[in-house]
Write a protein that binds this ligand. Structure first.
Ligand SMILES: [Mg+2]
Length: 399
């Protein structure tokens, strides 16, 4: 079994060019509406334009650049077509972000199949993709990044060693600038240096996710490809906060949990038929509420309105609370649910399209890039980088 990673090259800019062939060959930059470049064509890259560069600066330095507004709805549709094309070749696909997916290929003919997927994507979507094939997710991800744009890199147990010898440790998926700096100070410069350290050394010097990265780079899979049919029983999100009796803050904490649980449910393509939520007092007493749903959903706004309408049965003013939580139970796959009598499903399908795009933007730019207004009190109170929602987009691998 091999893992395939596919990454659209300069995806947003490529979507624009695919829709408007007159732009082909020009230095195209997206992100006008954010005031910073979010993606660019190879011609724009060749000029020296990079992601995150302020648009005003681009206009000043590169007057030939064609700068356009991002259209996430359109990019979301291209993403859906990308996943659908990959599914013609393998059912086992994880829709990882708006311009990336993972898939599982059988060992037999994996190279042939991977090449066929790449050329089909290119032909049908009118843009190039970079592809990595490897025994683990982390290796597949570094492989697809290796020869961008239009790259194709295949790694197996015999070639991992040579490949990692030439890869800076900071280029590995999951190793950020801080860890990379720390590793350098310990004499680890390449990814090969990293995997050659013994497990004990990793445990003693680094945080536990680095051990997972270490295994993955050595070719031992730790991270699963999240296929949509991995059905689980329930999804729970809870959080403790500095105690308060203020209703608005407690509701906002709940909203945050509901939103997180729904992101999880949507990622796994699940809907809930029954929700529970609780408030925990400063004295560790729990107040619970259970709400059965007529129509399954994974839409946080629908769930929140039910929470709000029942909230006063749990909440008592003057009581100090310290935690809230929500459980989505009786989960079922989203696709089981196509018709009903009340038009709720139609509404949910429309919302689904919106949230599909929101989730993919989150994957690309970092969780919390887009969030419900009702969660903002909780987010702000926790000082979770409030500016990140607006203008710090490059948290992921976005090339
Ligand atoms: Mg990309």
């Amino acid at each position: 079994m091999a893992i395939l990673h596919i990454d659209g090259d300069g995806f947003f800019a490529s979507c624009e060019i695919s829709l408007n062939p007159k732009l082909k060959g020009k230095p195209v930059v997206t992100g006008q509406e954010r005031g910073i470049a979010t993606a660019m064509s190879p011609e724009a890259k060749a000029l020296g334009i990079h992601r995150g560069m302020p648009i005003f600066e681009i206009k000043k330095l590169f007057p030939t650049a064609v700068i356009v507004n991002s259209n996430y709805h359109t990019y979301g549709m291209f993403a859906t077509r990308m996943y659908d094309i990959v599914r013609r070749f393998t059912e086992r696909v994880e829709e990882y972000s708006i311009d990336e997916c993972f898939a599982i290929l059988e060992d037999k003919d994996r190279e042939h199949t991977a090449r066929l997927i790449k050329t089909t994507l290119g032909r049908e979507l009118g843009m190039t993709f970079s592809v990595g094939v490897a025994p683990t997710k982390v290796l597949a991800k570094v492989a697809s990044k290796w020869n961008k744009p239009d790259g194709f890199t295949i790694l197996d147990n015999s070639s991992i060693h040579d490949f990692l010898k030439n890869l800076a440790v900071g280029k590995v998926w999951g190793i950020g600038p801080q860890t990379s700096h720390h590793l350098h100070s310990l004499g680890v410069v390449t990814a090969l240096d990293f995997i050659e350290r013994p497990e004990r050394w990793i445990r003693e010097n680094l945080s536990s996710p680095m051990l997972e990265t270490w295994y993955e780079l050595k070719g031992t899979p730790v991270y699963k490809v999240h296929e949509s049919d991995d059905i689980q029983k329930s999804i729970q999100k809870t959080r403790t906060f500095p105690h308060t009796s203020e209703k608005k803050i407690i509701l906002s904490e709940l909203s945050h949990n509901v939103e997180g649980a729904c992101i999880h449910a949507r990622r796994d393509k699940l809907e809930t038929k029954r929700i529970y939520y609780f408030l925990k007092t400063q004295e560790f007493r729990y107040k619970r509420c259970e709400i059965p749903l007529d129509v399954p959903t994974n839409d946080p706004m629908t769930i929140l309105s039910l929470v709000q309408s029942t909230f006063d049965t749990l909440y008592k003013s003057g009581v100090e609370y310290r935690a809230t939580g929500v459980t989505l139970s009786e989960l079922r796959p989203t696709s089981l649910n196509q018709t009903d009598l009340f038009g709720e499903v139609v509404k949910n399908l429309k919302l689904k399209k919106i949230f599909d795009v929101v989730d993919k933007i989150d994957r690309k730019f970092g969780t919390g890039t887009v969030s419900l207004a009702s969660s903002l009190t909780s987010v702000g109170r926790r000082h979770l980088h409030p500016t990140r929602r607006l203008n710090l987009p490059f948290m992921g691998e976005v090339v």
